[in-house]
Design a binder for this molecule. Structure first.
Ligand SMILES: [Zn+2]
Length: 1014
């Protein structure tokens, strides 16, 4: 018996090892230690030419003779016969890239030679590698000129060899690897992928096994595991990829240790400029209650030598991973550090016994409907940056074809496509398991566009029609689920718990290929709606992980959240009752399945990387309860509570509720929407843990993980740009990942959280972050002349933003949220108190508010931020307290004039000031808040900082990519003495370098600088 158990255990262990190795092969989070945001495409060539990365850039076999054959080393491989057969990648595969690395395995028979890959448009613009007996050669050509060439010895014949070719614009190099080791290199290579590849997909010719020359011979070779990366592989990564391919169980490469810094840190001093000026950093005392970690002050007032005044200093306090230090009443001491100095302030923590219940705050402020706030031109009659971005999206949405966004839904339900319908690309193509996510964002965007275009009835009509058409179609599909195919009757399964596998299938799977996707909607349970069959939801329950194998899934509840949010947005904006009906049906379907699962299964699901990513399902279900009064939806919302992240454990002994930083290393956009969800749960339950989770999360993220653009993530450790760094207060040590720092959708979600917290607590800090991220990430994330927008915004020196999806045809997560962000840019300019007695002015953006409840119109006339003033005109007489945000950066005063007369106001930066309560028609309030230049340094490297002017992050314009941090020298006592320029255009010169707003930057730039004070 014992032996038998042992055998069983061994089997389980070996099964797990097998799963790990397989997931490494399946396009996982860390393939060979490299975060998947670095991977553009991966062709295993075991059985087909599919891209096994999540981007699904499936290739095609072209010409006669290509086939998959048995192979002693790799089992099955692709054979190209040299008689014209080759592989072609989709033209859009490399469209948004700058840096490229190509790796793969190749087997050359005796005497074989020819092209291995050739990516470009023609012989005058391409990046290629070829093999011959003379050697392995790579070349980059732009405009007909060879920009770089590297070569190595010939590859051995009749055996497998692996190659890697790295085109790195930052180091201006072209490097060739064979067998994981450097084999050739060219320097001073002035070319990027963007120079080679056209923005027009059809113009790109991306080949494996043939060249741009239509008449040149193709290669006779075997190919296996060809990968395209958007990062410059390091020597170590090239070696790891080589070794892992040969190892029985692959190593995760440098996953555990974190990658080396991308940009040289050699010239950055370690000492803080404050080190020699500080005299003392006083100790502090903080209080907390038993079980909850103290809220430590991030900044402490310091004493400077010679009684000079100086800034508060940033203290990095220890951040325990559990609550044992506060388990009992008493007092203890912790020691903080100040980066770049030897100061070590102490904090005395007094732990008191918990006294009574916390009082749940009321929601005392509300936003205005989008239709009541309109963006205006600026005081000089120019379109503001907000109007410009809004109109790029309004134009694209008005011209969009809703049938494209319904394509995958109709496909899943086996319905015919109307004429002109085209399937979306990107993460909505035929085989991506996230299909339908863009349609959800699109529903929200159309609803918001409808609400936001109150200035143009013709546009509104267009959006209303689209909305109704979308909802009508989705409604009809949802009504089919779980009912017989034919009106006359037939088999069907109405119970969501009884959904069988597809006919002829062994079990549930995520095979969505054309011709293979199951379309037996009558078996899917009543109310089901998605752009794929129910399998992924069921597979998640049964333990499926994230990946691109048919046994793996992406994130079914994430996609569903987008769809349900889009439906509820349509209902709330336009009262579309069918939209609510669809949401109810699917809400019930989800609840029926989830309530049948034990808590441990749910915890395992929501704890699973990306597979268990559920967006804001807790939010949308709590909202559905609020809109319908049906308590089952609130119960459903709670089933999404991420126990470990929220509460530490089922005993509520840690987690965010107890101010424990469970953010460390987490996938940012997987977790931020869970927090807005917690706040919506609070709204509907008044249960304080949900509120504490939201406020503690906000403090932790804003204090310890925030970059200057107002975004987060970009971890180098763990080596995944989508994740928060592994430890708090370590952006320098663990942040600034290769290729990506701040995912734009994560910032979209942070802004939602700011707004919703402000409704409970009218503290300026929430809207200070909103302004920071609105100007410096959301506004900065859109292309200059079209609706193209960013996925990850890179913040390394000399980086440039990459804008995709200008034609709204192929969506990443961030392309999806961009539709929403840019149709609600006005959503937080004004708020009102719940009792309609107070008006809050939060953003200084030219706009008009129609406060319908009070029959009052307020116009804001401004050139802000191209001037440091704004004017409010109150069009109708009325009594209300007008409260204006005094931004945290407004430390040079905040001046108020009412009807031209100076007012004495007690305005403190980072607070609200009341400027009056009784208004006559056409009263004017002029606000002036002199901008100043200031630095926003990294908490753990005070010499690396961003420069702001008022709310505007300034970026150094760069002519080329960089391998080091740009150094600027600034006056040690007053940095503005080192800066010249024109505030009216926000163009400045610092240390001989041109700076402009990051949101107006479309070329290479540096937003973080090595700041030398002289
Ligand atoms: Zn995203």
């Amino acid at each position: 018996m014992i032996t038998r158990i042992r055998v069983a255990l061994l089997l389980i262990v070996s099964a797990l090892v097998g799963t790990f190795a397989q997931s490494q092969q399946g396009g996982d989070q860390f393939l060979d230690g490299i975060g998947e945001t670095g991977l553009v495409a991966r062709y295993l060539f075991g059985a087909n030419a599919e891209d096994t990365s999540r981007n699904q850039f499936h290739a095609e076999l072209r010409g006669a003779g290509a086939e998959f054959v048995d192979d002693t080393q790799f089992r099955r491989v692709l054979l190209l016969t040299g008689s014209g057969s080759h592989v072609q990648l989709p033209g859009r595969t490399l469209q948004n890239e700058d840096t490229l690395s190509i790796t793969g395995w190749i087997y050359l028979p005796t005497g074989a030679s020819g092209p291995i890959f050739d990516f470009g448009q023609n012989a005058a613009n391409h990046f290629a590698a070829s093999a011959s007996r003379a050697g392995l050669k790579t070349v980059v050509v732009t405009g007909g000129t060879v920009r770089g060439e590297a070569a190595s010895a010939a590859l051995a014949e009749n055996q497998w060899s692996d190659f890697a070719v790295v085109l790195d614009p930052a180091s201006k190099s072209l490097t060739l690897y064979v067998g994981g080791a450097r084999a050739g290199r060219a320097e001073n290579v002035a070319a990027t992928a963007a120079d080679i590849v056209s923005k027009t997909a059809a113009a790109n010719r991306l080949f494996l096994g043939r060249s741009q020359d239509d008449n040149a011979p193709t290669i006779h070779a075997r190919l296996r595991d060809v990968r395209v990366y958007r990062i410059a592989l390091t020597d170590q990564q090239a070696t790891t990829i080589h070794q892992n391919a040969l190892a029985a169980s692959p190593q995760a490469g440098n996953r555990g240790r974190g990658a080396a810094p991308v940009i040289s840190t050699a010239n950055i001093p370690k000492d803080s400029p404050l080190a020699t000026k500080l005299a003392q950093v006083p100790d502090v005392t903080v209080q907390t209650t038993v079980g909850t970690l103290p809220h430590m002050p991030r900044e402490v007032r310091a004493i400077y030598r010679n009684n000079v005044k100086g800034p508060d200093v940033r203290v990095i306090w220890p951040s325990p991973k559990d609550t044992t230090s506060v388990a009992k009443p008493g007092t203890y001491t912790i020691v903080g550090k100040i980066a770049g100095t030897s100061f070590a302030p102490k904090a005395t923590v007094i732990v008191k016994a918990a006294t009574g219940k916390e009082v749940a705050p009321d929601r005392l402020a509300e936003s205005f409907p989008l239709s009541q706030v309109t963006l205006d031109r600026d005081a000089s009659g120019r379109d503001t940056p907000f109007i410009r971005n809004r109109d790029k999206f309004i134009k694209g949405l008005a011209a969009s074809n809703p049938d494209n966004f319904l394509y995958n839904f109709r496909d899943a339900f086996g319905q015919p496509q109307p004429a002109g319908a085209e399937q979306l690309e990107g993460w909505d193509n035929q085989t991506t398991r996230l299909r339908g996510h863009a349609s959800g964002h699109y529903l929200s965007a159309i609803a918001q566009a409808y609400a936001s275009t109150s200035y143009d009835p013709a546009l509104r009509e267009i959006f209303l029609k689209k909305m109704n058409y979308l909802i009508d179609t989705l409604y009809d599909l949802s009504q089919k689920s779980g009912k017989p195919e034919k009106a006359a009757g037939g088999p069907s399964v109405a119970d969501p718990l009884s959904v069988p596998p597809g006919a002829g299938r062994e079990g549930y799977d995520s095979n969505l290929r054309a011709g293979a996707i199951r379309t037996d909607y009558w078996n899917w349970g009543a109310g089901f709606i998605s752009a794929y069959p129910p399998d992924q939801f069921i597979m998640l329950e049964k333990g499926a992980t994230y990946g691109t194998r048919d046994t793996q899934i992406w994130a079914p509840y994430y996609t569903l959240h987008k769809i349900l949010a889009g439906l509820l947005d349509s209902y709330e904006v336009a009262g579309n009752k069918k939209a609510l009906e669809i949401a109810r049906g699917m809400g019930t379907w989800a609840y029926t399945r989830l309530k049948a699962l034990p808590p441990e299964t749910l915890a395992s699901m929501w704890g699973r990387y990306i597979a268990g990513e559920y967006g804001g399902m807790n939010e949308v279900m709590a909202r559905l309860y609020r809109l319908t009064g049906d308590k089952t939806y609130l119960a459903c919302a709670k089933l999404f509570d991420n126990t470990a992240f929220f509460f530490g454990s089922p005993n509520h002994d840690g987690g965010l509720e107890k101010n424990v930083d469970t953010v460390r290393g987490k996938h940012a956009n997987q977790h931020i929407p869970q927090i807005t969800g917690a706040l919506e749960e609070f709204r509907n339950t008044k249960e304080m843990p949900y509120y504490d989770i939201a406020t503690n999360f906000w403090e932790i993220v804003n204090g310890s993980y925030m970059y200057s653009i107002g975004g987060v993530a970009g971890a180098r450790q763990p080596n995944n740009a989508e994740c928060f760094p592994a430890e708090p207060d370590t952006l320098w040590e663990n942040g600034f990942a290769t290729g990506g720092q701040n995912e734009t959708c994560a910032t979209y979600n942070l802004l939602k959280l700011d707004r919703q917290l402000f409704m409970y607590d009218q503290t300026a800090k929430y809207m200070d972050h909103y302004e920071q991220a609105l100007y410096n990430h959301i506004l900065a994330s859109v292309a200059e002349d079209n609706a193209g927008n960013t996925y990850h915004v890179p913040l390394n020196p000399g980086a440039r933003k990459s804008f995709g999806n200008a034609d709204m045809s192929g969506f990443t997560c961030c392309n999806g949220t961009a539709l929403e962000s840019n149709t609600k840019l006005q959503d937080s300019i004004y708020f009102r108190s719940a009792d309609n007695r107070t008006l809050y002015v939060n953003m200084f953006i030219a706009s008009t508010l129609t406060w319908a409840d009070r029959n009052i119109t307020v116009q804001q006339i401004a050139n802000f931020p191209y001037a440091d003033t704004t004017k409010l005109v109150i069009k109708n007489a009325g009594q209300f307290d007008l409260k204006v945000r005094v931004p945290a950066w407004a430390v040079r005063g905040f001046f108020v004039k009412v009807n031209g007369r100076d007012q004495t106001v007690n305005a403190t930066a980072g607070s609200y000031v009341s400027v009056g309560k009784t208004w006559r028609a056409n009263d004017t309030i002029e606000l002036r808040m002199p901008f100043g230049f200031y630095l926003d340094p990294l908490m753990d490297q005070p010499n690396v900082a961003s420069i702001f002017y008022g709310p505007v992050l300034l970026a150094a314009e760069e002519a080329a990519a960089r391998t080091d941090w740009r150094t600027v020298t600034l006056d040690a006592t007053d940095i503005s003495k080192s800066i010249t320029g024109d505030p009216a255009t926000l163009r400045f010169t610092i240390d001989g370098v041109a700076f402009k707003p990051f949101y107006e930057t479309y070329g290479r730039n540096s937003v973080y600088l090595n700041v030398v004070r002289k």
